[in-house]
Design a protein around this ligand. Sequence first.
Ligand code: ZN
Length: 283
Amino acid sequence: MLVNYLAANKMVRCIGVDSKTVLQEAFRIHKMSQVATAALGRTLTGALIMSRHLKNENEDLSIQIKGDGPLGGVIAISTFDCKVRGYVDNPDAIVPLKNGKLDVGGAIGQGNMTVIKDLGLKEPYIGTVPLVSGEIAEDLTYYLANSEQIPSIIALGVLVSPKQIIASGGFMIQPLPDTDETIIDELERRVSTFPSITTLLSSGAGIDDILRDFMHGYDIEKIEEVDTVYLCNCSRERIERAIISLGKHEISEMIKDGKGAEVKCHFCNTNYFFDSNDLKTFI
Ligand code: ZN
């Protein structure tokens, strides 16, 4: 579930997500290691939060992370109505714990983060920044500050055992332009002492309670609540269009090859098979 609030005299935007059920579905589909699950969970949650920067239905937002660590890349795409999907390049990747915790930054390594907003215009909006730590919340904060000039506080967290998701969620606190500096200073002071999102969620706090607690002392008003779901929008027709877009030459080669074409959707692991006769109709 995603909740969206305005607080402090409508000067601060607060968005929170409890993404446990979303990540449970991703975990079922991708059969990931714990560190891969944490990386994907944080990125899926980040994409859901950032989807509030979209304006209309049919728009979507992608976060693509490319790293040189054992995990490779991570991708998450959220639609405006909070249907999210994603995957990691190497779901089996394992790295040693760091200070007793899953080392997402170490699993991702050095690289960059790209945010793509498909606003239904001819060209999508694309912004890329180098990774700060590979821990994802910090990288998204850096992206927003540097690529979109929006200061924000972002917390993302996943608690996972080898067998199941215990908690997953996050929040973003964003002062709107012209917000009083003293409010910003106060909120930044709170972050340093606020418990981790996974501690709060796993102790049974709801995402609403967490945001209200963070903003205590300020007025806070809920603007919207949106159900979040892990959902892939692939279909045989979409894959057909993708094959057709390869062009006549490529498709003729596949027909000559005689093995047909097998395409696996990375987001939901569905296999699509097209035999030579199918391929001929594409030409
Ligand atoms: Zn799919």
